[in-house]
Design a protein around this ligand. Structure first.
Ligand code: TYM
Length: 325
């Protein structure tokens, strides 16, 4: 892949889970090598829609920063920052509000889902895609690595860029989503999409006990021991993320023939996850001992992000007519 500008973020609304990791965060790490220019941020203003406690938000922000570093993001290669440190995000979000219609935003899946659950949604939840469009378009990325649930948000960012360009002249580059087919929608313990709001997650940095408990509760059918299983079920799909090609073939045959039962498979899943995350967890524990370093890294990242964002906003302000010559 030739050199690309890549941008993505995670909302600090709770502990990241392995769906976040395989759907998006792992791609950040894989893409940081080579000549790519990466902007990876913590979407703290987006999280305000659901987290309204100072201590909880601070804790969540610190946790996402630690998770980013623990999974292997290198702050020397990647611009790591906090959305709230760059005021241009909210500023551009506002400008996008003024060129976007309510009926258009009412078609967003996330809004429709939120509204179906609770009519009293915040204006911030409704307007979420405009801030996200600003997050993205300020940095002119080629690719935005995300899970499938964010695909529509990237389409909205593209539409918004096109609309702005049409009204005010060519300004924003149209980004492409970067979604890996195998992990686009990582399943949760009950087979639905893994999601904090469905309470069906395996935490990325849970304790061994938490991980084992979660794995033992993966929902399976009630096949008797020894009966053939379907390898496209939730349990085996989860396991496949942790197996290499050869292992996958062997285990799939065993699973499909009924030679490997649910209990054994769940235990293997727990063992695989624990082995996979152990080195990352050790790194995380080490990093957590030095909280000032996290603050320092985010500050340095913000200074770099600010240069790009403020340059783009200067252009936007001139184009919309608020800059007087
Ligand atoms: P968030 O914090 O909900 O999720 C972070 C990333 O994890 C992906 N993801 C999944 N992928 C596969 N299977 C799953 N079960 C699964 N669950 C979550 C999400 O698709 C996401 O990529 N709106 C974003 C944060 C954001 C953002 C941005 C992202 C704000 N501004 C600009 C990219 C660019 C969000 O809530 O992600």
């Amino acid at each position: 892949m030739s050199q690309k500008v890549i941008l993505s973020g995670v909302k600090p609304s709770g502990r990241p889970h392995i769906g976040n990791y395989f759907g998006a965060m792992k791609q950040f790490v894989d893409l940081q090598n080579g000549d790519n220019k990466l902007y990876i941020f913590i979407a703290d203003y987006h999280a305000l829609n659901t987290v309204q406690s100072k201590e909880e938000l601070q804790e969540n922000i610190r946790n996402v920063a630690l998770d980013y570093l623990a999974i292997g993001l290198d702050p020397e290669k990647v611009v790591l920052f906090k959305q709230s440190d760059i005021q241009e995000h909210t500023e551009l979000g506002w400008i996008f509000n003024t060129i976007t219609t309510m009926p258009y935003l009412m078609r967003a899946h996330a809004f429709k889902d939120a509204e179906a659950k609770n009519k009293d949604i915040t204006v911030g939840t409704f307007d979420y895609p405009m801030l996200m469009a600003a997050d993205i378009l300020l940095y002119s990325p080629d690719l935005v690595p995300v899970g499938k649930d964010q695909k529509q948000h990237i389409e909205i960012a593209r539409d918004t860029a096109e609309k702005f360009n049409r009204v005010y002249g060519e300004t924003f580059k149209l980004p492409e989503p970067y979604i890996l087919a195998d992990t686009a929608t990582f399943p949760g313990l009950d087979g639905q999409k893994m999601s904090k709001s469905y309470n069906n997650t395996i935490p990325l940095f849970g304790t061994d006990e938490e991980i084992t408990k979660a794995c033992m509760s993966v929902v399976t059918s009630s096949n008797a021991a020894g009966t053939p299983n379907k390898s496209d079920d939730t349990l085996f799909t989860l396991l496949s993320a942790f197996l290499n090609k050869d292992e996958l073939q062997v285990k799939r045959e065993k699973y499909e023939s009924g030679d490997m039962g649910y209990k054994e498979t769940k235990e293997l899943l727990a063992e695989k996850i624990i082995t996979y995350i152990s080195p990352m967890r050790a790194r995380r524990e080490e990093l957590a001992e030095n909280p000032e370093r996290i603050v320092e890294i985010l500050k340095k990242g913000a200074a770099k992000a600010k240069v790009i964002a403020s340059e783009k906003m200067k252009e936007v302000r001139e184009k919309i007519g608020v800059t007087l010559e």
